[in-house]
Design a protein around this ligand. Structure first.
Ligand code: DAT
Ligand code: MG
Length: 139
């Protein structure tokens, strides 16, 4: 996968509240091209595996329960310097610290239920994209 791609999820809280369109609109307005897109739901085992890096953290159980409780939107996005640009667009993990104009400032409700995921490195973007999309789905 090219290094100008990143992976995102619109998390269950934002899907439940009807924010798929609003968030995809912010992503498009920021100049990202959607190259893969699906509405899906993580099983508990999927969420445990996706967030395995956080398995020793005190919030892991809560995170897994939250991420598997309802549908999510998974997407691969393309833009120059995609990983860093997208982290800027989503804002800080805790919406209380998120800058004006960011997705989390607008749509997140708490540090745990923070509306969107964004990969933190090119390597993780590739791993996370492959977790959700077959090669033939990565356009
Ligand atoms: P990010 O999603 O900004 O990359 P992260 O990788 O540190 O943040 O954590 C992954 C997710 O875990 C995060 O989006 C929400 C949850 N999380 C992180 N820190 C938390 C905390 N202190 N309390 C509850 N949930 C937390
Ligand atoms: Mg992270």
């Amino acid at each position: 996968m090219a290094t100008n791609r990143t992976f995102t999820m619109i998390k269950p809280d934002a899907v439940e509240k009807g924010h798929i369109g609003g968030i995809l609109g912010m992503i498009a307005d920021a100049g990202f091209k959607i190259v893969s897109l699906k509405l899906t739901q993580l099983t508990v085992a999927d969420a445990q595996a996706f967030y395995a890096v956080h398995s020793a953290r005190p919030f892991y159980g809560e995170l897994v329960e939250f991420m598997s409780r309802g549908p999510i939107v998974a997407a691969i996005l393309e833009k120059e310097n995609a990983v860093e640009e997208f982290r800027t667009l989503i804002g800080a993990t805790n919406p209380a610290d998120a800058a004006e104009g960011t997705i989390r400032k607008k749509y997140a409700t708490s540090i745990g239920e923070n509306a969107v995921h964004g990969s933190d490195s090119d390597e993780n973007a590739a791993i996370e994209s492959t977790f959700h999309f077959a090669v033939r789905e990565q356009f």
